[in-house]
Design a protein around this ligand. Structure first.
Ligand code: SF4
Length: 189
């Protein structure tokens, strides 16, 4: 088996947004909720032969910020070279200070904020600017994760890309479907 370089940790299915295309909606009850879970992550990390990066996703991972900090702290005691990454909706980015308050102590090397026309009803672009600025100051790699479902979405995001100077990673969003494995919502490829 090839060496795994990044381990994604699904921190929680809960979120403070309610995007219409959300694929985490069926996982509301899944996630970390105790010190025991932190220790399990450490076990997984060892099992996967010390992969280089741990990426925290959700739902919105920062809803469990205390658990995240505790997990990062445990892992750093074991291996100080491990890199941490976070996929978030950026709801803490009201100012650079509020961003620092949320993210300091996570020792992030990269951060991705989900933003597109689905998220834009919840988050103003000022939040993106603040988070970007915090990342630049803290030398954290910063990207925006974008779902595209129409050519207009692409135009909307490319204008934002040039206005704020952000780098985007695009995903195509296919139409809503239902089957026995997946009811409701939409699926990302
Ligand atoms: S921010 Fe992300 S996790 Fe939260 S509702 Fe929107 S798509 Fe789902």
């Amino acid at each position: 088996m090839n060496k795994i370089t990044t381990l994604n940790i699904f921190v929680t299915g809960k979120c403070n947004f309610s995007c219409s295309h959300c694929s985490a909606i069926n996982s509301m009850d899944v996630g970390l909720d105790s010190k025991h879970d932190c220790r399990n992550i450490l076990k997984f990390y060892k099992l996967f032969n010390n992969c280089k990066t741990l990426s925290f996703t959700g739902g919105e991972p920062t809803l469990l910020i205390d658990e995240l900090r505790r997990t990062v702290c445990e892992l750093k005691k074991f291996n100080n070279d491990i890199k941490f990454s976070l996929l978030t909706n950026g709801s803490f980015g009201k100012s650079i200070e509020s961003t620092a308050e949320m993210l300091n102590g996570l020792y992030l090397s990269s951060l991705q904020v989900s933003y597109d026309r689905f998220h834009s009803g919840y988050l103003s672009k000022t939040y993106l600017k603040n988070i970007k600025q915090y990342c630049e100051q803290s030398k954290i790699e910063f990207h925006v994760a974008v779902c595209i479902s129409s050519p207009e979405d692409l135009i909307f995001m490319s204008e934002l890309e040039s206005e704020i100077g952000i780098q985007c990673k695009y995903q195509i969003l296919l139409p809503k479907y239902k089957n026995k494995h997946f009811e409701g919502g939409a699926r990302l490829f």
